[in-house]
Design a protein around this ligand. Structure first.
Ligand SMILES: *Cc1c(COP(=O)(O)O)cnc(C)c1O
Length: 368
């Protein structure tokens, strides 16, 4: 069985968890502080970090920290995990589904501009399959209408752009470290920003908005006398999850190399087969998923054909504008993605031979 996605975790992570047990504190303490420090240096110490319990929480708190809530609107590409939409509506703001570009699956800037109203406060740029789409145009649109840019970089931890790591530039970037992402904490997430006001706010909000609780805990001086002025959440990261993340972070170069090799093997192996590949800059992207587009209503038949041959596939994603809660119209490209997408297996446990096998089966599907 070739699985769609899978973590790569071992003795190092197990020993790290034992260290937390022996240290005596499982909650948010020195391992989380260390994880944030290591992440800061990963981004060349040019950004501030707040680690949280999931990628969804990272998005929720990032939006809240911008002061966005009831009555506000956030532009989001329809093709993303429902987490992007749920994190937004959790703040009271309205997620506005936008169409995507046919070549990358990223937000279509032209379409997004038509959906701007006086209530629009931010644009969420989802790095779909690691793609950056027309990132410069997204930032130009944001500048024109005075919008915050929140990047959902759940798919692009370890990727680079113009020589800089994703997260090392821009406005606010959110990562996920859930069980199958490019690195995992078991579950986890992070808000990364050059704007310290944002990460300071997130640090309070993740601990029930108890002011300066993070700083006091990290200093080993937790205080029971505090003030609260905002609605907060229990979204902090635990020492156990941070300890796993610290070990995974040491392995990111190897993980990146393997994922890149596998994605390039797909490009080579799918040559001449009538499926559409997305435009991905595989010299800079670390592929978390590998989606292709299958035309003419053949998607489900291909998925079944592959499953019969022990190959698991996925659909990333059902368009959010087709969900009752987030219904929107006029997203023709997202509609096409919704009926044509297939994600092929990619994870660091696979080899180039596995990819050749998958491509061989797809070729067989088209010549059967
Ligand atoms: C995984 C993911 C999230 C949510 O992250 P969790 O850690 O699972 O909460 C958000 N957006 C996208 C695009 C994702 O793939």
């Amino acid at each position: 069985m070739i699985k769609l996605s899978r973590y790569s975790i071992g003795e190092e992570e197990l020993n790290a968890i034992k260290n937390v047990f022996n240290d005596g504190y499982l909650g948010m303490g020195k391992f989380v502080m260390q994880f944030e420090k290591e992440l800061e240096s990963f981004f060349d110490n040019k950004t501030h970090i707040a680690a949280v319990n999931t990628g969804t929480s990272a998005l929720h708190l990032a939006i809240q920290a911008c002061g966005i809530g009831n009555g506000d609107e956030v532009l989001i590409p329809s093709i993303t995990y429902v987490a992007s939409f749920q994190a937004t509506s959790a703040t009271g703001a309205t997620p506005v589904a936008c169409d995507v570009e046919m070549t990358t699956g990223c937000i279509c800037v032209k379409d997004a501009e038509t959906r701007i109203t006086k209530n629009t406060k931010a644009i969420m740029h989802v790095h779909y399959a690691g793609n950056l789409g027309n990132r410069d145009a997204i930032f130009a649109l944001a500048a024109k209408y005075n919008l915050r840019v929140i990047e959902d970089a759940a798919h692009s931890f370890g990727s680079t752009h113009q020589g800089k790591r994703i997260g090392g530039s821009g406005d606010i970037t959110c990562f996920s470290f859930d069980g199958i992402k490019n690195i995992t904490c078991g579950e986890g997430g992070a808000v990364v920003s050059s704007d310290k006001n944002i990460t300071d706010k997130v640090r309070d909000l993740r601990l029930l908005a108890v002011q300066k609780d993070t700083e006091n805990r990290f200093a080993g001086k937790r205080t029971w006398d505090f003030d609260v002025t905002d609605q907060g959440w229990r979204y902090h990261m635990s020492n156990i999850n941070a300890a796993i993340g610290l070990e995974q972070l040491k392995k990111i170069e190897g993980f990146s190399k393997t994922r890149r090799t596998l994605a390039k093997a797909y490009v080579k192996g799918l040559q001449g087969i009538p499926v559409q590949l997305l435009d991905i800059d595989l010299d800079n992207v670390v592929s978390h998923i590998y989606p292709i587009l299958v035309a003419n209503g053949q998607r489900n038949a291909l998925r079944e054909f592959l499953m019969e041959r022990g190959i698991e596939t996925g659909i990333h994603y059902k368009p959010n504008h087709l969900l009752t809660k987030y219904a929107a119209t006029n997203c023709p490209n997202a509609d096409y993605f919704g009926e044509s997408l297939v994600s092929l297996p990619i994870h660091v446990g696979l080899t180039e031979d596995d990819i050749a096998n998958v491509c061989g089966c797809i070729a067989e599907f088209y010549t059967r």
